[in-house]
Every structure is written in C-alpha cells, then in structure tokens.
Design a protein around this ligand. Sequence first.
Ligand code: SF4
Ligand code: MG
Length: 314
Amino acid sequence: QFDLSPPWWARLLTGAQRRVLKAVDDVTFDIPRGKTLGLVGESGCGKSTVARCVTNLMVPTSGRVDFNFGGAVEPSTALSPEGRRKVQMIFQDPYSSLNPRWPISKTIAEPLKVFGLKTSRAEIRDEVRLLLETVGLHADDAHKYPHQFSGGQRQRICIARALACRSEFLVLDEPTSALDVSVQAQILNVMLELQARLHLTFLFISHDLSVIFQMSDYVGVMYLGRLVEIGPTAEVFRRPRHPYTQLLLQTVPRTNLVGQIRAPLSGEVPSPIKPPGGCSFHPRCPHVMDVCRSVAPKQTQSGAELVACHLAAG
Ligand code: SF4
Ligand code: MG
C-alpha cells in the first residue's frame, strides 16, 4: 500500500530583529515525515536555539514553526494537546532530565496518564514493560531508579518516555555527546531502528559531523546563527559548496566518518553579539572577496542545495 498521507513538515522561519541578540536569524527548513534533518555547527552557532524554538521552550521574536501531522497546519505556539504530545525532545544529559526520586516505571507511565493514553493500572504496567523492551532494557528493571542505570541506559529511558507520548517528531539535541563513544553507536542504532519501525521524524542536532552523516537524510550547516548550507546529506558531504562546510569536512577523516572531529578549525568563532559585517564567516574564509566584507550573501539554490555564499551565487 502506498503512503499517500500529506507531506509532514516542520518549518522554522525567523526574520530580522533589531537591537536584540540574534541567536538565530533567517533559518528556514522543512523536514518531510519519517526523515531526519541534521543540524551541525560549532558550539554557539544557534543549533540549540533552533531546537528550543521548535519545541516551544522558546518563542522566536519573529518567525514561526509550523507542524503538519497529516491534518491541518498547526503553529507551534498554538499546538493542540495532541500536537504537543507528538513533539518531544531528547536532551544531551539524560541524568538531569529524569526525576531521581521516581522509579523509571513512574517516569515512563507519566505521559500515558497525563495524555490519557492508558487508564487501567494493568494496561499502564504492561505498556511500560513493552516500552522498556522496545528500547532494549529489561522489563524487570522498571522498579529501579535512574542512578541504578548507566548513561546509555538512561538515554534509553528518556527515549522510552518520549515514545510513551506516541511521539511522531523528536528533537534530539546532542543526544549522545555525553556518552562514551562505544555507547554512542548503540544509542544511535536504537534511534535509527525506532525511526524506521515507527516512521518517526527527527531534528538531530550535533557538532559531530560523523554522527550527522550516519543519522541524517538532510543536513543543515549553521554558522553564527545562520544556516549557511542545507541539502541532502550525501550531496553536502560529497560536494560541500560553502567554504565553512568545506573547512568543517576537512577536519573529519574521509575514510573514517565514524569518530570525533579530530582537528578544530583555525580561528576564533566571533561573538554572536557583534557578528562581523557582510558575510559573518569572512574573517575565517580562505576565499574571502571584497564584497564579502560589506554584503551579506543571500541563500541561493545550487544543485539540490541552498547555499549562502557569494561564490555560490556566481
Ligand atoms: Fe567566504 Fe565570501 Fe562565501 Fe562568505 S560569502 S563564505 S566570505 S566567499
Ligand atoms: Mg547546544
């Protein structure tokens, strides 16, 4: 059977703001249902701000985020309770996002009760056991407390809680950066399996290009609050068009995209409070031209990608 459901997408638009810190500016993207958009960039580039806007933890001063779960388009600021349930976030530090005084069964059961998804005690208990098994934990550990689990196991518990909401869209903000490299791969695999099985949509945020490469269908590269390049992951990695993306990719060993970024980029990231004029990447750009110092490049289509660089504009 063909899936003829209407396209699902999340769109974030933030416009010009004056006299306020522009943590994020002019960032626009769609994510089709069941796909992953990876957002990558150095720390302070605005990735987490985007995540916060998408999950309504922060309201942009201008611009908006819209959701379409196959029915009407809903703006994030006026999501129905059902819409709110479907959008969940997974944070970097699984420990601080779990209540240490609650057994994990209570943590996972909470959304089932709050959203009225299960009502009888027996149903809730069975569902919690099923969710724990779904994320690769033992159902018999439901009575244990967060401190009795490892970091990777705690992240699995957070995923189980998000699934308990019957979530359809997960915002994952550096979900594995606090974990050991060996555990990272396991958690990423759990997420990929669940995505395929449950047709989940991800906004996946990471500073680690190899993780983005593994996880994402589309990748957006952010620099100082702006999206400088966005396109299909294979395209962007094979032929990065923005000089910043090119530099970022040079820091990753091509033969082994699994692993950490080895060498940091040269040059300081300028302060987002006083970003450089023109193209904000110009102080670090090896291809800088006169025009770059005064004129901010607009996003232009280049193949399947959007690139904000005077060179791409031709
Ligand atoms: Fe470099 Fe100019 Fe392109 Fe900015 S617009 S990335 S400074 S070439
Ligand atoms: Mg961050």
